[in-house]
Design a protein around this ligand. Structure first.
Ligand SMILES: [Fe+2]
Ligand SMILES: [Fe+2]
Length: 299
């Protein structure tokens, strides 16, 4: 049996034996496998590899010894192999996202300050790293191009939804700026290499605060100093920060405030659609998915 190793964690058994707990994807289902007799094997080096083994089954648990497994690269499998159909890289990189932002901004009315910011080098530099980070290391878009693809999807979803009459009269530039930055802080929360372990910025500040702060700090550099706090521009900045802070939608999902206007609600739903559809697409029939809180049924 061949598996794409999606997760691998070092563990110690009750009898004090080291083992690795693997999640293997066959292209038709996910299986949990206990890997024993692991020697000095580094579990993080196994992630993304193909494991070839015949696991033994006992009391409903699958296990294998490290020496009985062969490991090789994904590209060694033929292109029509079911494992090659698994999403392992995002479709859109940071350049694609930049191009989408330019096309999207051109379609909507907005103040000159925001139009200039969407075309600025500062914004281009801020999204340049989105190709190197996941949108969620343990959740959705957990692969290279993950943050760029998730942001691309969310922007393109909002671009379409904003044209529905339900959103008539919104200031779309607020939603667009918030979506571009809503997960910026993930590049501080995670290491820059798979398996993207958590960095201290995650427990210290978290991406929601970091993203709102980054937008504020970057944007205010581009407007004339002395712009009054009660100006329309600064009010729009407040609204962008609000939409970033509210993007998880509920207090119990980590947002300190909930969407207080249609601009923020649009950011929340576009983010949620991108994240949840990724889960439905990548979860097998009758597999439990903790992100969407459901056992997925497809047939
Ligand atoms: Fe988020
Ligand atoms: Fe997100």
């Amino acid at each position: 049996m061949q598996y794409l190793i999606e997760r691998a964690e070092a563990k110690v058994s009750k009898t004090n034996k080291n083992f690795i707990l693997l999640t293997g994807n066959t292209g038709a289902e996910r299986q949990t496998i206990y890997l024993w007799e692991i020697g000095n094997c580094d579990p993080t080096a196994l992630i993304g590899k193909i494991m070839d083994t015949v696991p033994r089954e006992s009391n409903g648990f699958l296990s294998a010894n490290y020496a009985d497994c062969r490991f090789h690269d994904l590209k060694q499998l033929p292109e029509d192999h079911p494992i090659r159909q698994i999403e392992t890289v995002g479709k859109y990189n940071s350049d694609d996202l930049w191009n989408l932002i330019q096309e999207t901004a051109a379609e909507f009315e907005m103040p000159d300050t925001f139009r200039a910011y969407f075309a600025s080098q500062a914004l281009k530099d801020d999204i340049a790293d989105y190709s190197n980070y996941p949108a969620g290391a343990k959740a959705h878009h957990a692969y290279k191009n993950g943050l760029s693809t998730h942001t691309y999807e969310a922007v393109s979803i909002a671009r379409q939804l904003a044209k529905n009459e339900c959103f008539a009269g919104i200031k779309f530039h607020i939603s667009l700026a918030a979506l571009i930055y809503h997960d910026w802080g993930k590049i501080k929360e995670y290491a820059s290499e798979a398996p993207w372990t958590y960095q201290s910025a995650m427990p210290l500040h978290g991406h929601i605060y970091l993203s709102a702060k980054r937008f504020h700090d970057q944007f205010v550099k581009t407007i004339p100093s002395g712009t009054p706090a009660n100006s329309e521009t600064m009010r729009d900045v407040d609204f962008v920060e609000h939409a970033i802070l509210a993007h998880h939608g509920k207090l119990e999902f980590g947002s300190p405030v909930v969407p207080a206007n249609a601009e923020a609600y649009l950011v929340h739903v576009a983010d949620a659609i991108s994240a949840s559809t990724h889960q439905y697409r990548n979860t097998y029939n009758m597999e439990r998915n903790f992100f969407v809180g459901a056992t997925v049924v497809k047939k």
